[in-house]
Design a protein around this ligand. Structure first.
Ligand SMILES: [Zn+2]
Length: 185
């Protein structure tokens, strides 16, 4: 029994379910409804379901979009999942604040990639993601992907932090700071 408005973060649950009720095919509808109901009590995310076919009847391959707001973050926290009609047998297409998922998991410098290997043991994130066709499994849920995004964000933040720290040490520790430190000895 679902009571609408029993949770402030998911108070649009009944309207979401209503939209899902119109989604075809049935496998996609049932799976998404189950996933949504499972996450009702999770206050760290909120779901919004959009019927893409309603807006454009040619959206046959991706009939629905789920927008998940990740409340653990205040910035860049809207994740858009375009759901393939064969989901969960085909993975969704994801955008993070209008960046493609591929852009999100790319590293711009060789140094960052080296740090990814040193700190986390990964050669790259593109082979690590559950969304890679070789890694995709129908049991992976949207929430699992949100967890992956959080993990990758954490990787990125740690790498930026360590690289910044290295820069600061290089810039100051060998010159000015050593002098300052010596003056206290
Ligand atoms: Zn790769």
């Amino acid at each position: 029994m679902i009571t609408p408005n029993n949770n402030n973060n998911n108070n649009n649950i009944s309207s979401n379910i209503e939209i899902l009720n119109n989604i075809q095919p049935v496998t996609l509808r049932k799976r998404l409804t189950n996933e949504l109901l499972k996450q009702i009590t999770d206050s760290t995310i909120s779901f919004t379901v959009c019927d893409l076919q309603k807006e454009d009847t040619t959206n046959d391959d991706y009939p629905v979009e789920i927008i998940i707001e990740d409340k653990l973050y205040t910035r860049n926290n809207k994740y858009k999942f375009k759901m393939n009609k064969y989901y969960p047998f085909k993975q969704p297409v994801i955008k993070i604040n209008n960046k493609t998922y591929f852009q999100f998991i790319q590293f711009s410098s060789q140094k960052s990639l080296q740090m990814l290997k040193t700190l986390f043991g990964y050669d790259c994130l593109c082979c690590q993601t559950q969304l890679c066709s070789f890694n995709w499994l129908p049991k992976v849920t949207l929430y699992n992907i949100v967890e992956e995004i959080r993990l990758f964000r954490n990787c990125r933040e740690k790498i930026s932090f360590v690289l910044l720290l290295e820069k600061i040490v290089k810039k100051y520790l060998h010159k000015d700071l050593t002098g300052i430190i010596y003056s206290y000895l």
